[in-house]
Design a protein around this ligand. Sequence first.
Ligand code: FAD
Length: 324
Amino acid sequence: MAQEYEVIIIGGGPAGLSAGIFVARQKVACLLISKDLGGQLNLIPKLENYPGTIMSSGPLLAKTLENQFLMFGGEMIYDTVERVDEIEGGLKVKTSRSEYITKAIVAAPGKVPNNLGVENEQTFVNKGVHYCTKCDAPFYQGRTTAVVGVGGYLLESGILLSRMASKIYLIYKGGALGGDKDMIAAIEKKENIELVPQSSIKALSGVNNLQSITLVDNSGKEKSILVDGLFIEMGSKINLDFIKHLVKINSKNEIETTVEGKTTHPAIFAAGDATSIPYKQIVAACSGGATAGLSAFNYVEKLKGKPGIRADWKKTIGDTVFHY
Ligand SMILES: Cc1cc2nc3c(=O)[nH]c(=O)nc-3n(C[C@H](O)[C@H](O)[C@H](O)COP(=O)(O)OP(=O)(O)OC[C@H]3O[C@@H](n4cnc5c(N)ncnc54)[C@H](O)[C@@H]3O)c2cc1C
């Protein structure tokens, strides 16, 4: 028989773990199902911008969040959610190994950055190769970098790096930059950006850390350039196949959510990088997870005829403002 929980959380990244902390702390039967612990946190050896931590790392933050979740009585299993379906009185969660029944779900499946697909790429991850310019550009103050990418990601990455790095090679396959005209104009004015059109990256090399990249142009001519860092901005994959038949998905393949983490399905809440929030960062994922977790808690409390937790700290009735 399928095990039953009041709330099931899908995803063990910062959004899912934060949702878990806020749900489990309310003494609600809560299960977190994830393929791994930490999600994208595992790609962050040096974490500088999570408030309240100095010299931390992604895996350390993941472990701390997991301990906090388990401390409040949450349960966690490593498995892949394959499908969520409506059943009478709730939802059925089918994983690759089992089935569960729940009243509410918090979906936090995050995303995975696309690789360039060049030999040696994995060897240099976080040793010169990076997939998040807004996260890692500050490590390259005064250093030489290259960016390869698609559309707006490439332009945004070049502009961000131009404020920190001494030199940026902007590598793209086409003959002209595509995308937002103002961003292209801004890039063309930057003295530290060198455009490298009609080119792609053929190889990465270095001893311990990335030191040079080999470029090949459309005519097949190769050249090597020395760089300290390479930013790969090829977009990300979000896989919502398990839930997309139940909630509204926007044109960017993200789950549409309200500020309270609600989706278009009354029993499904969502948080983190897989949702329509701006600025996909850890602090935003944790905040969204906490909010979606509390909204899920309120939903199951209301099913029991209980008031739940107030979402707002003040309420206006007529001319009187009540503070809570
Ligand atoms: C290279 C890199 C560096 C970064 N550096 C920083 C930084 O310095 N500072 C910062 O604030 N942000 C940084 N970020 C962004 C940050 O990591 C993300 O915003 C954050 O991890 C999003 O959290 P999330 O929980 O929404 O998703 P994720 O971290 O992607 O976690 C999603 C989780 O869901 C699981 N999952 C997915 N689908 C299923 C399924 N079907 N069944 C079960 N489990 C599933 C995954 O296995 C994973 O555990 C960086 C991102 C990258 C890629």
